[in-house]
Design a protein around this ligand. Structure first.
Ligand code: JDQ
Length: 232
């Protein structure tokens, strides 16, 4: 999979050299390229922002550097997907992560300030699948943290990136795992730690009782933490 990330803070993406993602890159399963948006500016101050039309606080990212950077990068994608993190986007879900893990690649445009001039998304909608996405209902300072989360969620689902297939498909939100429930508690050794014990049932070896107990725990926790998931 080929992933291009465009940002004014390339160093923010340094963690993509670590852990699972870093290993997948070393193995050649993943080709991640981080681009500095300022390399697509042509004024002496490498300006990427300007005042918002209509007034108001903050600054908006100018369309011209985005146009130059995206033209170059999208030309290298046979089936282009342009992901734009923004608080006003559609929720980024496990379902999107699964769909995107089956694609040849994606381009992630990381904005800063109050976001990117809206004409950039309009321009590329004719040439790419443009998807504005939100990680959740809170406001980050820019798209970089969202890009890290998206890359990690997508790439861990690629064949060969995680050795243990069951640990991927059994996740809380994986389609078909415990449909619509969050995961219950998990335990490892020792059987007692600082007076806290592992529930007896997990040591019983009775796989039927264990499965039933886990389901009940998942339902209990879903009701406590995510009651909206139990509607319907
Ligand atoms: C950008 C900002 C005020 C945007 C600039 C680019 N889920 C999620 N939360 N926040 C973001 C995504 C996000 C993504 C990209 C971003 C925030 N900002 C800051 C500030 C209005 C709009």
């Amino acid at each position: 999979m080929r992933i291009d990330i465009i940002t004014i803070f390339p160093d923010y993406l340094a963690p993509l050299g670590l852990s699972l993602v870093g290993k997948a890159r070393d193995q050649g399963l993943l080709d991640i390229r981080v681009h500095d948006l300022r390399d697509s500016t042509h004024d002496r101050h490498r300006t990427v922002d300007d005042e918002p039309y209509g007034g108001g606080p903050g600054m908006v990212m100018r369309p011209e550097p985005w146009g130059e950077a995206l033209d170059a990068v999208l030309a290298q994608h046979p089936d282009p997907l342009l992901v734009i993190p923004t608080p006003s986007g559609m929720p980024f879900t496990q379902s999107l992560a699964t769909q995107w893990s089956r694609r040849p690649g994606m381009v992630i445009a990381c904005g800063r300030y109050e976001g990117i001039d809206a004409r950039v998304a309009d321009e590329y909608a004719g040439r790419a699948e443009v998807v504005p996405v939100s990680l959740g209902d809170y406001v980050l300072a820019g798209g970089e943290v969202a890009a890290l989360a998206i890359v990690e969620a997508v790439t861990r689902l690629m064949p060969g990136v995680v050795g243990n297939e069951a640990s991927v498909t059994d996740d809380s939100f994986a389609p078909g795992a415990m449909e619509g429930l969050v995961e219950g508690p998990v335990y490892t050794r020792p059987p007692e730690w600082r007076g806290h014990v592992v529930p007896d049932v997990l040591l019983s070896g009775d796989h039927g009782r264990i499965a039933a107990w886990r389901r009940e725990q998942a339902e209990r926790r879903t009701g406590a933490m995510r009651p909206e998931l139990l509607e319907g």
